[in-house]
Unconditional design. Sequence first.
Length: 392
Amino acid sequence: MLHRTTSTVVTFSTLVFTAAPVFADGPFYGDPPDATHPWALHDMNRPQPPIVKSGSFSTPEQPGRPPSDAIILFDGTPATLDKWEADKNPAEPTKWVVKDGTLQCVPGSGYIRSKEQFGDCQLHVEWAAPTKVEGNSQGRGNSGVFLPGGTEVQVLDNYNNPTYPDGTAGSVYGVNPPYANALRPPGEWQVYDIIFRRPIFKDGKIVDSGRMTVMENGVVVQDSTPLEGGGGHKARCHDHPFPDKAPLKLQDHGNPVRYRNIWYRPLPARACDGGDMGVMTPEACTAKKLEIAKMIRADAAKLQGLDKLRRSMESLCYDQDATTLKQVESAVTAWLAAVKQSPAGQMESKKGEILQMREALKYMTQFKFLPADFMALSEIAKITKDNGWDPK
Ligand code: MG
């Protein structure tokens, strides 16, 4: 990752110009926005990622601390049981119990579901099968984490307990077996970290079949596995739309499986789902670029001199507004006229400013945001040549 130095400060007699990061790392640096990407490469107009204070890892004895922006669904306290309800009769309180800081399935009580509804997420769940081994195959320590919309990441005591592979712990049940069996012995805590993207349909057509990545005790067992409809028991499933938001469900499969430390973090929307990361549709990209141009122009309105000119010029990379284009052309012309009127002895002090304007104009003409024969560029070329500033 290369970054130009952004600390250069150049002072002029008529204009004070600070080489702000946006000049060095903004649209005059990497490839510009295009028809499907609203941001330039290395675009400093792009919002900074939000700060998240990371959590800590769990130990066998102690659940870890969730990241600062996690939404807690169960933290070991009886109070967090209020975040859950019975799946079949939500009006009734769930019969699952909180015991020793764990949420325990009471066989026969039915699935529970979170009152919270959400969609695409990073989900953290820890579970433990009963220490006393009873049953085999699907009958041993069976429960399940049902992601919003209904896809199950299987919870099962498969420690020395083979069963059909697409129904083992860490499988996307009925869709894909886990890559590995990384389970700890029954009674020990198992950790699932799940990244879930629900299927997206537009106008009845599939845009993204949805996918899931699962880490089982830190081992990758699913890697962007396509959901293919979400899976099911015995019957092959096919792509279908999921709700945008739905509860998380935990399965009662007749075994007293325990849970602890359940939290999630919503994930940013994909481009196909209204987000602005990655390849967007041309329509959505144009709308986003207009929004960015508006923000830059609002910023430019508060500035003066070269800073104002630079920001206005920059906005043309996102939106070729005719009025702004005219303003930029006349401001560059006025700037150049002022430069040319400088006494010969003072030209050297303007070198930084002139070279930076040349780079900006080169960028703007190269990517056709300004006409290729933009007069100021050839005049600047003459100044740099006359002063011997061109590379030897
Ligand atoms: Mg299950």
